[in-house]
Design a protein around this ligand. Sequence first.
Ligand code: EPZ
Length: 422
Amino acid sequence: MSRIEIIGGEQLKGELKIQGSKNAALPIIAATILNKGITILKNCPKILDVYHMVNILEELGCIITWEQNTLMVNSKKTSISCLPEDSVSKMRSSVLFLGAILGRFHEVTIAYPGGCSIGKRPINYHLDAIKRMNVEQEFLGENEDIIHCYTDKITGNDIFFERSTVGATQNVILTAVLSEGITKIYNAAKEPEVEELCKYLIRAGAKIYGEGTSYIEVEGVKELHDVEFTLSPDRIVAGTYMAAVAATQGDVVFHHAPSQHLEATIDVLRKVGCFIEVKGDVIKVGNHARPKPINIITEPYPAFPTDMQSQLMSILCLAEGKSIIVENIFESRFQNIGELTNMGAQVHIDESGKIAQITGVNSMHGAQLYAHDLRGGAALVISALAAEGSSVIQCTDYIERGYEDISRDLRLLGAKIKYHCG
Ligand code: EPZ
């Protein structure tokens, strides 16, 4: 089992470039099925989740080549509309192939994507919306956990989401791009990654309006064409490293950072006491005192993101007072509590499981730690960097799902951190 060893107490200092966005890359990789040709995707992060999605493309018959961080996909010869069951259960984001394959072949067979440690993660909004687009659905297999969708023609329709949902918004867009008629999406997710998927599709010839707002309109077109696209930097990776600077009371300059997508994170880090200066895609972060306590609620974009919640908790465990975090997006995203308690933190979760009360302590000590999910694992790295003494974090392949090389990046900033392959 892979692990990361950290000797805490170093203040992070230096400069770092931010990698490409995982959550922009994954839906766009699925969307490459739609253009029946060439996609050149630049600034693509080399992370486990991307490799997994690319493997699925190859299983579907696409030709893949890499040149450093440029991914080239030729989807001309794709002919299979059935997703391998183990592929989907391994990673939720493969559910985005549902809309892409359906959009191209008018048929798709996909296993129900598994939940994960942060929540059950159902796909009812995806299926209910796509059904409204003249798509038949049947559930196959002895557990009825294989979804078969088929249609002779995808027709545009009005789609109303009762809550903001990133993946379902993206799947409807993927289904609608080559459909007949107009699809109007009300209460669409406004996350930057939805906007970026639309920008990629528009670059490939799709007709989409309102991307980045809660109302998106897709006018179906006959076909898409070859496209070259450069991914934005990853706002959660940037936020994670900024949180590490806050927790270790360091000073770091981040380059190639998606400043315009970090407003809520920057606001929260300023409230805990950081000095933050933004100039274009350069963000300077410094913290020279013990963090201040704050109360925060996670909400859809542009509010404070759930994907930064665990990282903020790592900071607040060291704050000079009591803080409250309300996790409004996922039902079990406080997986780190046990690990943080082992380090001397004082965190209490209320009976609803949505509210964490944190009493900051002066210092935490290193411990044997276990990552339970992607962002929780990255948050444990932050806690270990700020703790006294050494820590070992196991199950770090969770972290490799979203961070190209967290040990390399933090070592560049002076951290005493070492990765051991399992
Ligand atoms: C995306 O997941 C991100 N993943 C998540 O990032 C992120 O936390 C999430 O959006 C919220 O911002 C990718 O972009 C690959 P949702 P997604 O549909 O699309 C419920 C990370 O760490 N829901 O907006 O799955 C769902 O259970 C990951 O990079 C239904 O009930 O999120 C959740 O509670 C973690 N039924 C809430 O809605 C549905 O049909 C929001 O989910 C769909 C969702």
